[in-house]
Design a protein around this ligand. Structure first.
Ligand SMILES: [Zn+2]
Length: 410
């Protein structure tokens, strides 16, 4: 559904006719640059009371009667640059055309039942922003160690999200796995298989490691939560690209239609830090894989405690030889992290380019396309999703082992 509204830029008076593709979220936000002066214009749609659409003119615009330059906006579908001002462009039809072309190419035909099941599963995978406010309550209670409350909140949601009947951890795992579906789920599958292989081959040492893992896993799950919170707080900035990954569909670079840099500038730096702390899981497991104790490294006298003191950028080096692990860290760029974290990021809205100075070489100026930056952020979220799943998997494994040990002793 397309909603039309005319707005006038408060900076230069240019009139834009917005054709907004209504998505599925309860709130939809758009930041775009005025075609006249390039200044940012921000509007917000309140979709919590369908079929009514509430408009909030947040920044640099006012309503007007007159029609002006067409601006097509969408938070879920792609809008190629050449269609940005097209008065008849339909993002939904464009998406359906792409889908049918893909189906034809793969020779896919669906019967009705299969189709309906597919649609309901796809909805759960695509509508994670609807699920987030619900799972957020369970996850934050889990972080506070109110496990019974967290599990109860989960069970209340078990009709819509069946995995939550098994408790908060199972729900969080399932939610994170669904963020990876479809485009990035292989990251998790490959790493899991590798871990199972190592656990089986070095069972005794792996069991020792599981005890250590249980002692600090909750702290990490809490840190990952803060990344998901940041991501979904600024969801409309990432959603177009995020959904195109879910649909396994190439994204046309110029098709991004939200540019709220202030909302996204810190994300990369924070996600990098949390992933750096999380790397300890792989560091310990690769020690086991090398045939040594989980808390000793190939370098003499270097222990896990020493490891936790080194720079986050160097923490991934010890598992570089294991593709199933290092692939999860493929988007882990320290100079972008420094720009994001040390606030040297500067954004040029007319060119849609971020420039930043690397810490080691302050004379140099690096640049990155805003699109590439957002893509990096989305990739880091996928990395976090994979790591949450792996940490929960190991935690549940450890609890099972403990239980079976207890029942053997009693
Ligand atoms: Zn203007």
């Amino acid at each position: 559904m397309i909603q039309r509204i005319n707005v006038k830029c408060l900076t230069c008076g240019t009139i834009s006719t917005l054709r907004i593709d209504i998505g599925h979220s309860k709130e939809q936000k758009h930041v775009f640059n005025c075609s006249g002066c390039g200044e940012e214009i921000e509007i917000k749609l309140d979709l919590s009371n369908p079929p009514n659409v509430g408009f909030d003119l947040v920044n640099n615009c006012e309503c007007c009667e007159e029609e002006g330059i067409i601006e097509n906006l969408s938070s879920e579908n792609q809008i190629p640059e050449s269609y940005r001002h097209d008065p008849f462009f339909s993002p939904g039809i464009f998406a359906a055309q792409q889908l049918f072309a893909e189906m034809k190419e793969k020779g896919v035909t669906l019967d009705r039942k299969e189709y309906e099941r597919g649609v309901s599963e796809a909805e759960r995978i695509l509508r994670l922003d609807d699920e987030w406010p619900k799972i957020k309550r369970a996850w934050s209670q889990f972080n506070k160690n109110n496990i019974t409350l967290a599990d109860n909140i989960s069970k209340q949601n078990s009709i819509q999200y069946p995995e939550s009947a098994a408790g908060a951890l199972h729900w969080i795992y399932d939610f994170c796995a669904r963020t990876l579906c479809n485009g990035r789920i292989q990251l998790l599958i490959d790493a899991k298989e590798k871990i199972y292989e190592i656990a089986e081959k070095y069972e005794e040492e792996f069991d020792k490691y599981l005890v250590y893992h249980s002692s600090n896993v909750k702290n990490r799950i809490r840190k990952y939560y803060s990344i998901f919170e940041r991501f979904f707080d600024a969801y409309s900035e990432y959603s177009q690209l995020f959904i195109s990954y879910k649909l396994n569909r190439p994204f046309i670079k110029s098709a991004l239609s939200s540019y709220d840099f202030a909302k996204t500038r810190d994300f990369y730096g924070f996600a990098f830090e949390v992933l750096g702390s999380g790397a300890v899981t792989f560091a310990a497991i690769q020690n086991i894989e090398a045939g040594i104790e989980y808390d000793t490294f190939a370098t003499k006298d270097f222990t896990l405690d020493n490891y936790l003191q080194i720079d986050k950028v160097n923490r991934i080096k010890c598992f570089e030889r294991i593709p199933e692990f290092i692939n999860i860290y493929s988007e882990y760029n320290v100079s972008i992290r420094n720009g994001s974290h040390h606030a040297t990021f500067e954004y040029d809205p007319t060119k849609k380019i971020i420039s930043y100075q690397p810490k080691k070489d302050p004379q140099k100026i690096y640049t990155i396309d805003y699109f590439d930056y957002i893509n990096g952020c989305v990739e880091l979220l996928f990395s976090c999703s994979s790591m949450v799943c792996i940490d929960i998997l190991l935690f549940i494994l450890a609890m099972k082992k403990q239980k079976s040990k207890k029942s053997r002793h009693s």
